[in-house]
Design a protein around this ligand. Structure first.
Ligand code: HEC
Length: 100
């Protein structure tokens, strides 16, 4: 019985780690070229700037911004990020988790 419970706990922890890593992976693939986190960014990171503190703007703001930047800022230079709902949720959670 103990072993079964222990195995279950490990599974839960592992799935959370995998899920948390997803948002970071989405960032790496879809956002990093124009943004930076912890001072590390892609070739155009100067354009989008750091996203370390963007969580302070709130989850709803980030979600809507990433889905359709012009809905939040009419002259936004960020293109729509064509993400699945899953990837969008993951990357938003990731950004929310960065703020102190
Ligand atoms: C092609 C470049 C580019 C890509 C790719 C990109 N962004 Fe942006 N992003 C920008 C630029 C440029 C701005 C600033 C827009 C402006 O003010 O005109 C911005 C702004 C933002 C903002 C608003 C920041 C604020 O302070 O209001 C958020 C949030 C954001 N980006 C998140 C993301 C996420 C998440 C991804 C990946 C899914 C992503 N961006 C991909 C260029 C990009």
């Amino acid at each position: 019985m103990k072993t079964i419970l222990g195995g279950f706990a490990v599974l839960v922890v592992l799935s959370q780690v995998a899920w948390a890593a997803d948002g970071a992976a989405v960032f790496e693939k879809k956002c990093k070229m124009c943004h930076s986190i912890a001072g590390v960014g892609g070739p155009m990171a100067k354009n989008g700037g750091p996203l370390d503190a963007v969580g302070a703007k709130g989850e709803a703001y980030i979600k809507e911004y990433v889905k359709d930047p012009k809905s939040k800022k009419a002259d936004s230079k960020m293109p729509k990020a064509n993400l699945s709902d899953e990837d969008l949720g993951a990357v938003v959670s990731y950004l929310m988790g960065l703020k102190k």
